[in-house]
Write a protein that binds this ligand. Sequence first.
Ligand SMILES: [Zn+2]
Length: 330
Amino acid sequence: MAKIVGLDLGGNSINVTAYDGQSFLIEQMAELPSLVTQGPATCIGQLRSAFEKALELTGWSASEVDAVGLDTPGPISADGVLCSKGATNFSTEAYWNYDLRGALSANLGLPVTFLNDGNAAALYAHWRRYGHDVKKTSVSLIVGTGLGGGVVANGSVLVGRVGFAAELGHVTLPGDWYPHGTIPARCNCGKNSDLESIASLTGIELNLLPYFLPKFSGHPLADLPIKDAAKKVRGLAEKGDELSRTVFRAQAWALGAHIDQMINVFDPDAIFIGGGVIEASEDLKNWYLAMIRESIPFRDEQRDLEIAIVPDGDKAGARGAAVFAYQSTL
Ligand SMILES: [Zn+2]
């Protein structure tokens, strides 16, 4: 049996898991504060504490551990080096060009592998469905604050030359993605009308609410600051609010158009959808998945394509990071 520790480093917390090559040994949510804003030394110290928590929960000793898998939101290189201008949760200068993976490996005295969080969640969704089957291909789309993506092709997660593979949120949508008009949309990355500009919480705030609110005059969300209004859309959609359902229907069109592109590139066995909407009520989740399926212009041969959810949303990053570390030991 292998002994692998997985660490998902987020803006607020570190989620810990342990994997023996067949199953995960920590069922509950095991988390520590990440303290990323206190700088690299503190952050590495917290990752070490998280690693020790995994030992405590499994009874493993540090010297028995084969490898550690780390994941965090990008942009970050394939080797786990933060970009020259930092990254999402690592904006202070001390993190610019910081070798996060190398620093953790030196601290623990163990091999450490790295994936960005979208790729890690994608690998976990794929593993849950297909195990280590090297014939299967899947595409994952995680609709959260941003849009995280991942592609697992023939059993291997695509990382890319510099680590930017499957940045699916920043793939431009086809011009005719929305059948009822043109929704002006900008993304924080500087592009217009990419997938994240519509299918994300940020997209709701920046583009979808500003477009749809004036069409629903007197709607109570119009009285709130746009940031607060965006966060209320999911709860209102669960209650059947027409504006909120229209917002998510637009997201489903965008996802459908994007999935059509992915089908034509990868001919995948499955598409996995994760993120906030999927963690909503069963009713809203099933409606959203049905709307996405309805929006895809399938060829007949592709009509039975599996569209499923990314399971265990909040543990998927750490678990995918651990699966990746395990694969590196084979
Ligand atoms: Zn973008």
